[in-house]
Write a protein that binds this ligand. Sequence first.
Ligand code: IMP
Length: 177
Amino acid sequence: MKLKDLEFKKFISAEKIHAKIDDLATQINSDYKDKTPLFLPILNGSFMFASDLLKEIKIPCRVSFVKVASYSGTASTGQLKTLIGHEESLFNQDILIIEDIVDTGLTLQKIIEELRGLGAKSVEAVTLLRKKTAREKDIDVKYVGFDLEQEFVLGYGLDYDGLGRNHQDIYKQVIKG
Ligand code: IMP
């Protein structure tokens, strides 16, 4: 598949994604069985993952989609903005951030700091994908779907310059040469 100037090939199938989501949901249902967590999916990238994950969450919970504008092209800019759009009060809540992918972890660290500052009772994160950089930097993510190297991926909510979010599978960039 070609998008703009880049070539992508299928990497993680929709079936594998759904099997992994079942595992993640089982862990979360068990860990939070005595709590009423507030899920904060980070838009835009996590919309598909959040939708499928939340269908498997069987405990009482709240959901509030939020946004952090921070990224363009295939490399993190480091230009992080504040969390916007949360409708629920975050004070004294058990918050579970839903991310599509953690790369440098800058986005997640910033969000976690901000949520703690707002008085959240606990803050954890679930991400579908985690890149090598985040593992090396020991970024604190409690629930991880798939560990990647440094490949650039799209599909299942993830984009390349705004394109490719609509695919049900995840694709990775083909590096030529
Ligand atoms: P971080 O702050 O470097 O961890 O970047 C996290 C954000 O960058 C994610 O929420 C994505 O929006 C974006 N991102 C990082 N890697 C990729 C990728 O391979 N494909 C698409 N978006 C990515």
